[in-house]
Design a protein around this ligand. Structure first.
Ligand code: IPM
Ligand code: MG
Length: 358
């Protein structure tokens, strides 16, 4: 019997539906080539749906989504709606509600000409950031006192739990062990100023003792942004807190060619996990068929890898890498000269010829 994967699809706002459309074409074709099946359930959540129905993400839909093997999400965010409202109601709800404690963000340069850094080649930009995904300032413990007055006080708690820190650090050590490259894990924090991060320092040290084969390194977040630009080859696997990971990975996306290629997985090993491009909904490009779908196609590759379809994942990755190296996809921005669907066509046409080890 063929393997079937149940996938919930939330195209979302702005360019989301267009890039997801191409991601799904690639998903269906690669399934046919590799001989497995996918069962897709589409969900309409996002700004349009909210404006029509006042629904953000109803409990019944949340429970149904939970019953899938994985989720593919396009983008959420719309200028007509209050900042953060849908982002928190949908993205954060799924991250927290499904306890997706790892935000996995590979940083890989596929073709030298895509890198804005001088003299950096694909072998210099190849690392992965493991961002904690359920704690920190994102836990949403904030408040205002005397709001709107000159004496207003605004607070937001940065919180870390022992359990939350330990599980993500352990995931990162395991990942460092599986990666072929450096067998090195770098902890990025700000323990010199955010003293609560002493918890990260201790957990990293303690868990690290169980992984004597993995070299441990450390960088403060400010220095890490400098290294990311100056010596990206220094990094192999990086583990960091939610907010620092958010910031570091936008910077890191630029050195791999931009947000047009950067994908991510929101993961709880063994449970339904969510995959998405790092970029946002880019409302100004919505509906024009100009947004580059490569990041979403790479998110599909990560999703398949997570579901155990390693060959299909590699097939997609190698296809995209080949098209970028040969400049048949000349750039990753919306002015590449290729439409969203043309990029999809190129990937579909090249999929079968991708070099995939048997
Ligand atoms: C990301 C985004 C989100 C985040 C926003 C949309 C809430 O920037 O996935 O990196 O901050 O996590
Ligand atoms: Mg971000």
């Amino acid at each position: 019997m063929t393997r079937t994967h149940a996938i919930a699809v939330i195209p979302g706002d702005g360019i989301g539906p267009e890039v997801v459309r191409e991601g799904l074409r690639v998903l269906e074709r690669v399934a046919a080539v590799e001989g497995f099946a996918v069962r897709l359930t589409r969900y309409p959540f996002g700004a349009e749906h909210y404006l029509k129905t006042q629904e953000v993400l109803p409990d019944a839909a949340f429970d149904e989504i939970k019953g899938h093997d994985a989720i593919l999400l396009g983008a959420i965010g719309d200028p007509r709606i209050a900042v953060g409202y849908l982002e928190f109601g949908i993205i954060a709800r799924l991250r927290f509600g499904l306890d997706l404690f790892v935000n996995l963000r590979p940083v890989k340069l596929y073709a030298e000409h895509l890198c804005p850094l001088k003299d950096k080649r694909p072998e210099d930009v190849d690392f992965v950031v493991v961002r904690e995904n359920t704690e920190d300032a994102y836990a949403g413990m904030y408040g205002h006192f005397k709001k709107g007055t000159p004496d207003e006080i605004a607070t937001q708690e940065i919180l870390f739990t022992r359990k939350g820190t330990e599980r993500v650090v352990r995931y990162a050590f395991d990942l460092a062990r599986r990666r072929a490259k450096g067998k090195k894990l770098t902890l990025v924090d700000k323990a010199n100023a955010v003293r609560a991060m002493d918890l990260w320092t201790r957990v990293f040290e303690e868990v690290g003792r169980e992984y004597p084969d993995i070299a441990r390194e450390h960088a403060y977040i400010d220095a890490a942004t400098m290294w990311c630009v100056k010596n990206p080859e220094w990094f192999d696997t990086v583990v960091t807190s939610n907010m620092f990971g958010d910031i570091l990975t936008d910077l890191a996306a630029m050195i791999q060619g931009g947000l047009g290629v950067a994908a991510s997985g929101n993961i709880h090993p063994g449970r339904v996990s969510l995959f998405e491009p790092i970029h946002g909904s880019a409302p100004k490009y919505a509906g024009k068929n100009v947004a580059n779908p490569v990041a979403t196609i790479m998110a599909v590759s990560m999703l398949l890898d997570y579901l155990g379809e390693a060959r299909a994942a590699t097939r997609i990755e190698e296809t995209v890498a080949g098209l970028l190296r040969s400049k048949r996809i000349p750039s990753l921005s919306s002015d590449s000269g290729l439409s969203t669907s043309q990029v999809g066509d190129l990937v579909l046409a090249a999929l079968e010829d991708a070099p995939v080890p048997r």
